[in-house]
Design a binder for this molecule. Structure first.
Ligand SMILES: [Cu+2]
Length: 130
């Protein structure tokens, strides 16, 4: 049996997808990042999120009722990640590749606030605690 170019392409694409799915579910999002915060009340908690075929870190622990500054550092050029949406805050923003886009939100209470790409395929969340 002879494997031609197209078949090799399909095999390689399949392996790449499997690798990515494993990484996404078993590595990403397992360790929530804690946003750094200056001491004292009312200080801004800041976290940089790398956007490269997903959000890294995908979960950000913050304190509720205090402003959170998320710096989206987009590295990939896929159409999927070009927009980020925060449904709970009514925010939808374009993320230019190679740029850092700052989004500030204040979680009103303890809870989980998801953010996704424009098509809800890539997912991340702010996890706010008291
Ligand atoms: Cu998408």
């Amino acid at each position: 049996m002879v494997i031609d170019g197209n078949e090799w392409l399909a095999i390689i694409a399949g392996l790449a997808l499997i690798t990515w799915v494993n990484w996404y579910f078993f590595v990403a999002g397992r360790t929530p990042a804690v946003a750094t915060s200056s001491s004292g009340t009312g200080q801004i908690q800041e976290q940089t999120i790398i956007v490269d075929g997903g959000y890294s870190p995908a979960a950000i622990r913050v304190k509720a009722r205090q402003p959170v500054r998320l710096v989206f550092d987009r590295r990939d050029t896929g159409g999927c990640s070009e927009e980020v949406v925060f449904p709970d805050f009514g925010i939808r923003r374009f993320l230019p590749t190679g740029e850092k886009t700052v989004i500030e939100v204040t979680p009103p209470k303890k809870g989980r606030y998801e953010f996704t790409c424009g098509m809800s395929m890539l997912r991340g969340a702010i996890v706010a605690n008291d």
